[in-house]
Design a binder for this molecule. Structure first.
Ligand SMILES: CC(C)(COP(=O)(O)OP(=O)(O)OC[C@H]1O[C@@H](n2cnc3c(N)ncnc32)[C@H](O)[C@@H]1OP(=O)(O)O)[C@@H](O)C(=O)NCCC(=O)NCCS
Length: 190
């Protein structure tokens, strides 16, 4: 995958690249930081390692060198849908276009592998709207695979995150796509 570079300010550039094993401590710390602010769910380090090929890292490049600027991931749920998750921009790199570049990297990856629909859970509705996502009614419109993941989430009861989707224009539905398995409802959930 090629690096995507943009000029964010006159003297600052941003690069987004697939994550490597050595990035995991920075990704873990960044997600934990925002989880403590109540902006996203915490992710165990093991979960990040196990899903490392989902992750992208953004770096800020200026006269001082290269610094970590954020992370985001694309997790395939089924042949027609992938979730943008673990999106977190470093506190020092907010509103420089880092979040948008990370979402664009996820979108490019979904296009590369032929997935036509992006989904995300978020509290940052305006940001995702600016990236072309639209809110859905989560009581009605959840894909069965998203619903299966919800049922395993510790915050299932009282969840107040917003579900949003983006249909990727020009990416057809995969041919011969089997139906996903029905959501497994764990004991105690009604
Ligand atoms: C939400 C988040 C990913 C946005 O990343 P960012 O790099 O700061 O956002 P960008 O600079 O790419 O913003 C792109 C556009 O999104 C919109 N936007 C971004 N942050 C916004 C905010 N706080 N309020 C309203 N609109 C916002 C704007 O339209 C912005 O364009 P502009 O700066 O030209 O006005 C970042 O603030 C973050 O990491 N927050 C904490 C974790 C989090 O909420 N993750 C979300 C997924 S769970």
């Amino acid at each position: 995958m090629t690096q995507q570079k943009v000029a964010a300010e006159s003297d600052v550039a941003l690069a987004v690249r697939p994550a490597s094993a050595g990035d995991v401590p920075a990704i873990f710390d960044n997600i934990n930081y925002w989880a403590q602010q109540g902006k996203m769910l915490v992710r165990p380090m093991q979960n990040i390692f196990e899903n490392l090929r989902d992750y992208f890292v953004a770096e800020r490049i200026d006269a001082g060198g290269v610094t970590f600027a954020g992370n985001g991931a694309l997790h395939v749920l089924w042949g027609d849908i992938a979730e943008v998750r673990g999106l977190a921009v470093a506190p020092s790199a907010q509103r420089l276009g880092v979040g948008r570049k990370l979402v664009q990297a996820c979108e490019a990856e979904a296009r590369r592998i032929g997935i036509p629909l992006l989904f995300t859970w978020t509290y940052s509705v305006e940001f995702f709207e600016s990236c072309g996502f639209v809110p859905i009614d989560k009581s009605r419109d959840l894909h069965p695979r998203v619903w299966s993941e919800c049922l395993r989430c510790p915050f299932f009861v009282g969840c107040n995150e917003n579900g949003m989707i983006k249909r990727l224009e020009g990416v057809p539905m995969p041919k011969n796509l089997p139906a996903p398995p029905p959501a497994q409802i764990p004991p105690g959930i009604h």
